[in-house]
Design a protein around this ligand. Sequence first.
Ligand code: AMP
Ligand code: ZN
Length: 119
Amino acid sequence: MAGEAQADCLFCKIVEGSIPATVVRETETTVAFRDINPQAPTHVLVIPKAHYPDAAGLAAAEPSLMADVLREAGEVAAQDKVDATGYRVVFNTGVGAGQTVFHAHAHVLGGRGFEWPPG
Ligand code: AMP
Ligand code: ZN
């Protein structure tokens, strides 16, 4: 069923606590933890506790949960004090765009400048 934990999903295991992560924020519906391979001084992943393969699927199935993820992205930026200088929120969707973990997640990147268009 949509939203149920998947046994073979890395981020479901982080939600369960069976794989460790550096958790920076947690709510009833979300977890935020530092990316293991950071691409900026602040690089935090915000995930819904429920499993959805990508951001659009999450938004379609549970819009309020997607709103929770985006609100938490802002809270992470404020907590890491990158909100005033600017930060980027990225949802890689699909292999061609660089998605490697198929449990929806927002990358929150900050603490340095960013190019546009993105690479
Ligand atoms: P994406 O490539 O958009 O699917 O993002 C997946 C992200 O998860 C990458 O930036 C990885 O560095 C990160 N990642 C993979 N394994 C872990 C882990 N065990 N703890 C924290 N971040 C991870
Ligand atoms: Zn999952």
